[in-house]
Design a protein around this ligand. Structure first.
Ligand code: ADP
Length: 361
């Protein structure tokens, strides 16, 4: 099957006076598994429906395989879409549910038999063709919905929170199945989710949306390690964000007066934005936590703190540590025999300069 690209060029859409999509630009590569990630109401579904042709953009273009489809109705776009509520026909068997789109398209019987058989095999339901939807689990019903979409051989697969009705265990299993299937078919897939873990574990690349604006596009690890702003930094994982201002810029160091903490001096390992108001950002696990009077490794920037709370999560312990008037999240990897820092105790936090991102405030 030919792999196709999907592009959005300066796409805008408003409902009345409310602009829901604001100059959206995306370049989705042929065969890519691409996630649209954002909080509820950020415009993900609106954008997906627009790519499908159910919503019309007021300006800009949607291109599939380089062809402007902005004026085309959904059925002309050769797109398959799976919705959150995947409503199967309850009175039809699994087989007939999957065959439905082909029957409508007046495909001959032998071809239908072959294609439905292949689609059911792909989703692992070959043995269940004669069951009705109410005789299937939620996960199996979701697979029928997928088979029903794939059987018509779309060029692009659009998935709108397809796993959100499933329980956690099934969701994790299904997302791996979905990815494996997508890889086998090489089908360009756009996947809407508000769950950052779901996006991170499956997507080749993802776009983070907020208030109808694409904040950043990139591979999950790129967005995690190099977020461009505070929104992306906090939406993709947990981030400590300390507001401060530049006190001194020198050739080899940058001194930042951090609100409620005081001056911290960083070697110039990280790129600093030009603005004087900054956010010093770092992930909870990039801090070293040590007893207050430990010998200090000069490669770290050290801050004294007090443990306010701790949560044991198995793989690691998450501490809340007060530093000046700031409260930081600090993760320490756990292993048998490691004793925890007590709540109320004094600690030293070591910040590795290479792990710090300076963001414009
Ligand atoms: P998401 O999928 O990220 O949760 P949506 O795309 O569903 O967000 O919605 C984006 C915004 O557009 C929301 O503020 C929502 O209330 C609004 N919206 C969505 N559909 C309509 C509609 N048919 N009429 C008016 N406003 C809508």
């Amino acid at each position: 099957m030919k792999k196709v690209s999907v592009q959005c060029r300066h796409v805008r859409l408003s409902y009345g006076a409310t602009e829901v999509l604001k100059d959206v630009n995306l370049d989705i590569e042929p065969g890519e598994f691409f996630a649209l990630l954002g909080p509820s109401g950020s415009g993900k579904s609106t954008l997906l429906r627009l790519i499908a042709g159910f919503n019309r953009n007021q300006s800009g273009q949607v291109l599939i395989d380089g062809v402007d489809v902005s004026g085309q109705p959904p059925w002309a776009r050769n797109i398959g879409m799976v919705f959150q509520s995947y409503a199967l026909w309850p009175h039809l068997t699994v087989w007939d549910n999957v065959a439905f789109g082909l029957v409508e398209r007046k495909v001959d019987k032998a071809t239908i038999r072959q294609k439905v058989g292949a689609a059911l095999e792909l989703v692992g339901l070959s043995a269940m063709g004669q069951r009705r939807p109410n005789q299937l689990s939620g996960g199996q019903q979701q697979r029928v919905a997928l088979a029903r979409t794939i059987v018509i051989e779309p060029q692009v697969l659009l998935l709108d929170e397809p796993l959100s009705n499933l329980d956690k265990t099934l969701r994790v299993q299904m997302r791996q199945e979905l990815l494996a299937m997508q890889r086998r078919l090489g089908l360009t897939t756009i996947f809407v989710t508000h769950d950052q873990e779901e996006a991170m574990t499956t997507a080749d690349r993802m776009a983070v949306l907020d208030k109808g604006v694409v904040q950043q596009v990139g591979a999950p690890a790129t967005l995690y390690d190099y977020p461009v702003n505070a929104f992306v930094a906090s939406f993709v994982g947990t981030m400590n964000l300390l507001p401060g201002r530049v006190r001194r810029r020198q050739s080899n160091s940058l001194t930042i007066d951090v609100d409620g903490v005081g001056d911290l001096q960083f070697p110039l390992l990280t790129e600093a934005p030009d603005s004087e108001q900054l956010l010093v950002s770092f992930r909870p696990h990039s801090l070293r936590v040590d007893v207050a009077d430990a010998a200090r490794d000069a490669r770290y920037v050290w801050m004294p703190g007090t443990v306010e709370a701790s949560e044991f999560l198995g793989e690691f312990t998450r501490y809340r540590v007060r530093v000046g008037s700031q409260s930081l999240a600090v993760d320490q990897a756990h292993f048998a025999g490691l004793s925890k820092f007590p709540v109320g105790g004094a600690v030293s936090l070591g910040l590795e300069p290479a792990q710090v991102r300076l963001l414009a405030a």
